[in-house]
Design a protein around this ligand. Sequence first.
Ligand code: 8Y4
Length: 281
Amino acid sequence: MQLRCAGRILDLDTAVVMGVLNVTPDSFSDGGLFLDPDAALERAERMAEEGAAILDIGGESTRPGARGVESEEELRRVLPIVERVAARLPVLISVDTSNPELMRRAGAAGAHMINDVRALRLPGALEAVAAGNLAVCLMHMRGEPADMQRDPQYRHVVAEVRSYLDDRARTCAAAGIERERLCLDPGFGFGKSTVHNLELLAHLEEFADLGLPLSVGLSRKSLVAALTGRALTERLAGSLALATIAVLHGARIVRAHDVAASVDAVRVANALRNIRNLKSG
Ligand code: 8Y4
């Protein structure tokens, strides 16, 4: 299984780690530290050394309750970092954005992928990605960050999220974005209760039969807090357990803050998957 990213091929027969690089001053864990471009670059270098296959660079906070940032400010934060990382590191670069203007300009800055929590639903986003050759990760979100955790309800969360992603993938294909460029993500924590998140994780394999690579983001999220009772800075072990389970259930891209530890967890899960596949022929 492969993903076509701006002329490069990402082999996803084994799962890889996508490291998170926030360039927001209100970032929940990095506290504005990485608004400094030199610090951002150092952090990027370190994550690449630690084995991240992809870096996800984002300038808009999508934490529950977060407010959108103005388009110009987002471009101003993200594009210079993308340019500098692309010039220096061999790693694939994903841009975490819903902003069509940033999508249009990301490729020229050196990005390979768009990661959109709104799955190209904003006006102009489909056209912006179709006009280039970047890959795109389509994520499910119920509602908007400002209100998404206000008592989310589903009749069948797995079926509803799956059918949403299938629909978005078909819409992308119809708009001229080849399926080889698409990746799907159930959007853990984006308008989901603890039980919804667990149901999605337990039934992740049902998404795999859509035939597209799956990505997941579980690192440090409220699901870890709900299951372990841990504060934000104490969630690594729980995050690694969830990442391991996700790969065993078919995830191919694991979005994570703690790259070195996540790479180890993903290696363990990849090894187990390989053995299982060898034995079942
Ligand atoms: C603590 C730690 C509290 C993290 C909240 C958070 C995903 C994503 C995000 C995801 C994809 C986050 C941009 C939310 N999550 N993209 N982005 N999949 N594809 N919250 O799950 O990390 S940001």
